[in-house]
Design a binder for this molecule. Structure first.
Ligand SMILES: [Ca+2]
Length: 574
């Protein structure tokens, strides 16, 4: 069971790293996601009529025709050659014997279905991909189709080196991919839009890391006669009681209120961050979003951020927040939780898998429960990460730009067993990015919520768990195991708490604030951005810890605008 869980945690950490790297100016790193989101409802292709054709000539071709003859799948009449490039070489040994990145059954299926001849001009280890591609971009030597990051998209579009994909996406993306785009309410395609043209095919990553929730030890609440939290006031009152009223019952004043880290704000994924408290004040630091007038503003310099900082500074002064939070990293603050010295932790829905599992392992009474923090209007509004961080682009002049979309359609079918796609590989989740010529995912954005609802319906007997994918069946067994004997088996508890309880909280719905997709491509390239970012991080920590008074926020805001912020916002709003 631990083996089963481990990749999931790695996946989440990887996803987190990808999101962060997408924001950092120098981080041209991994554009190809190395994880298969846990979501993968790899439906067994029970309905797929794989053996039928030869037997019944009248029916089978018709059945085939329904998808093979549509725009998203139709084979090219003449063989189309396509040159690609690829990372992932370091893992090639995971492929079945006799198969390689350049020659495998999944690739062959794609080539045969579309009448393509795919070759690779180079294959390199994952961490060399972006540099190698940058060299190619600089020298004008690029493949026909490639995965790029936001900066490379900007560069290639500015150089007029890639095709405008606007005419192709709706016609050639299949209905599953279009549905996933639609669920982002236009944000994914907007992220790929440069000067009004969709210049790349955007990825969609699941909403796995935001919003930030507050997890609280229900056993401590019960012991001290406290209600579950709804507001920042409640969280503070609980923290105060956890510090003062000896919830662990050892007669010593040795328990913490709120934990924190040197990164009080980090969207979308932050362990021990104060993001949820900022959000409760209507403050969305680190995000460039459109205000009510449709103008892009920066959350960190809005008056609501001062209000939230004033509250946090007061909490710090009052000893509600760990006095040493500003020097602690995630690992240090995790120790507080794991050792049973803290009963409140803020973090994403998946923290029952890590680090709360360590707390339960050490103390099976540690009954952590998730809650969302309301704002002063009783509403839930949270900072969210972007849906999109990478793009598939097509070299200018390539005769069939739609081929890129057709490949992505079939890759989606291979992932989920749709449209007769063969399921060749028992270890598919480990090797999909090696098999696929364009290792790129356009996923369901709200898959965590969807799975939570489905697990809940299965618990209520409204949905037959036999219809679940193998991965979901395993998780559902864990959920039932923990319901039968809470916290007796820690991995089962983690899965139940993350996949059911926390996911259902998300499924209740909330408002979202995100980076404006176009603005998100501008600030990482801005020459003043690194110094603006540093100025902001210092100001936030200084104000919370009292090294500067709350009114220092006004000085910070003036400096931020004067040292490049005004110019940056002008670029975004022109
Ligand atoms: Ca104590």
């Amino acid at each position: 069971m631990f083996r089963k869980l481990l990749p999931k945690i790695l996946m989440l950490v990887t996803m987190f790293a990808l999101v962060i790297s997408a924001c950092a100016p120098a981080a041209t790193a991994t554009v190809a996601p190395t994880e298969k989101p846990a979501a993968a409802p790899t439906e067994a292709p029970a309905a797929a009529p794989t053996e039928a054709p030869a037997a019944s000539p009248t029916e089978a071709p018709a059945a085939e025709a329904t998808w093979r003859d549509t725009d998203p799948y139709k084979a090219f009449p003449e063989k189309v050659t396509m040159v690609l490039v690829k990372g992932g070489q370091e893992n090639a040994a995971l492929l079945p014997e006799g198969e390689s990145i350049e020659d495998n059954r999944a690739l062959k299926y794609i080539e045969d279905t579309l009448n393509l001849d795919i070759t690779f001009s180079w294959v390199v280890p994952s961490d060399a991909y972006s540099d190698k591609l940058n060299l190619g971009i600089a020298s004008g030597d690029i493949p026909d189709v490639m995965i790029v990051d936001a900066q490379q998209l900007e560069q290639l579009a500015a150089a007029d080196a890639i095709e405008d994909m606007t005419p192709y996406i709706e016609q050639f993306a299949n209905k599953d991919l279009m549905e996933n785009y639609n669920q982002t309410k236009g944000a994914a395609l907007a992220a790929a839009t440069v000067n009004g043209k969709v210049m790349g095919i955007p990825n969609v990553q699941p909403q796995a890391d935001a919003p930030i929730m507050v997890f609280v030890r229900q056993d401590w609440l019960t012991k001290l006669g406290l209600e579950a939290p709804k507001t920042v006031d409640d969280v503070e009152a609980i923290a105060k009681a956890f510090i003062e009223q000896d919830p662990d019952g050892n007669g010593e004043a040795d328990t913490f209120g709120l934990t924190g880290t040197m990164n009080p704000v980090q969207v979308p994924s932050n362990l021990h961050g104060f993001d949820a408290i900022f959000n409760a004040y209507g403050s969305f630091p680190t995000l460039f979003y459109k205000n009510a007038e449709g103008k892009v503003v920066y959350g960190s310099v809005q008056p609501e951020t001062k209000d939230a900082l004033a509250r946090l500074a007061q909490m710090y002064t009052d000893g509600i927040i760990d006095p040493e939070f500003a020097t602690k990293d995630t690992g240090k603050s995790n120790e507080i939780i794991a050792s049973g010295k803290g009963g409140i932790m803020m973090g994403p829905w998946w923290i029952p898998w890590w680090p709360l599992n360590d707390s339960v392992t050490n103390d099976p009474n540690a009954d952590w429960q998730p809650f969302l923090v309301q704002d002063k209007n009783g509403k839930y509004t949270f900072s969210m990460g972007g849906y999109t961080y990478s793009y598939v682009v097509v070299k200018k002049g390539f005769a069939h730009p739609e081929a890129a979309l057709k490949i992505l359609n079939i890759q989606n079918d291979l992932s989920y067993g749709l449209n007769d796609a063969p399921q060749y590989y028992p270890n598919f989740n480990e090797i999909w990015n090696l098999l696929f010529p364009v290792p790129f995912l356009i996923e369901q954005p709200y898959v965590v919520e969807r799975m939570g609802r489905e697990y809940n319906e299965a618990v209520d007997g409204k949905l037959d768990p036999a219809t679940f994918s193998e991965a979901m069946k395993l998780e559902f067994e864990q959920i039932k195991t923990d319901m039968a004997a809470p916290r007796a088996d820690v991995p089962s508890w983690s899965t139940r708490m993350a996949r059911l309880d926390a996911a259902l909280l998300l499924a209740q719905g909330y408002n979202e604030v995100r980076n404006d997709p176009a603005a998100a491509r501008i600030y990482p390239l801005d020459e003043n951005w690194p110094s603006l970012k540093k100025m902001e991080e210092e100001a936030i920590l200084q104000i919370i810890t009292g090294a500067q008074p709350v009114d220092y926020f006004d000085t910070f805001v003036t400096q931020w605008y004067d040292n490049g912020g005004t110019a940056l916002l002008e670029k975004m709003n022109k």
